[in-house]
Design a protein around this ligand. Sequence first.
Ligand code: PEP
Length: 252
Amino acid sequence: MERDATWVGTSWKMNKGPSAAAEAADRLARLSFPATIQPFVIPPFTSLKDVCDNLSGSRVIVGAQNMHWEDSGAWTGEISPVMISECGAELVEIGHSERRTHFGETDWIVNLKVHSALHHGLRPLVCIGDTAKEYSHDVTLETLARQLKIALHGVSEQNIPRVLIAYEPVWAIGAGGRPADVPFIDKAHNHLRSVLINLAGLEAGSAVRLLYGGSVTQDNAASYSRLQNVNGVFVGRAAWNVDHFHALAEGV
Ligand code: PEP
């Protein structure tokens, strides 16, 4: 079912500390989601264990917002995939544009993290996206192909379907962003699908779930999710409130 489901998820970013997150997870656990939807939430690290505990046994998958590629060691301030797994999370977000922009995360680092996540049984949710400048210079498709190929470099055909990809145009994310228009997303996602099939073959390339993110709201979510190569939406602001998240998931 997971393969055919429409994935609907949100990262809480640097919001909801342990008590607010535990309360939100408690509420989420009591809501029911349509069988066609695969919901997921990505709390900050300090809330991860509580959210995993409160959602265990529910249909909501929990993820972490980042990880280091090593299992342990002298990496002050970092969190390893082993620690994330021990909390009970199944998913890990890798390469969000805020991490690329503010913390110097490159495509090559993303690739290291993807391998490590898979090695530890975590599903990587790899975020890729073009900047406003790349968009205005009409190099979006080339940019996305480059990011995708480097992120997946060396990943076996067998593991490729475990990776989720979120296309998040940098110009569409956050308060200063604007939603992308639907024909453009259709074109970008069709291109991503063909890159994936070229890389991994028809079966594995078609199995990868491709999500769209960037100023998704209750009003526009369904216009994206009904596209053939959009298998879900990854939402920020419009889904931080649990009831809004639920309503958005019911509407896609
Ligand atoms: C994001 O930051 O990944 C995101 C999708 O944010 P928003 O929905 O708020 O634009």
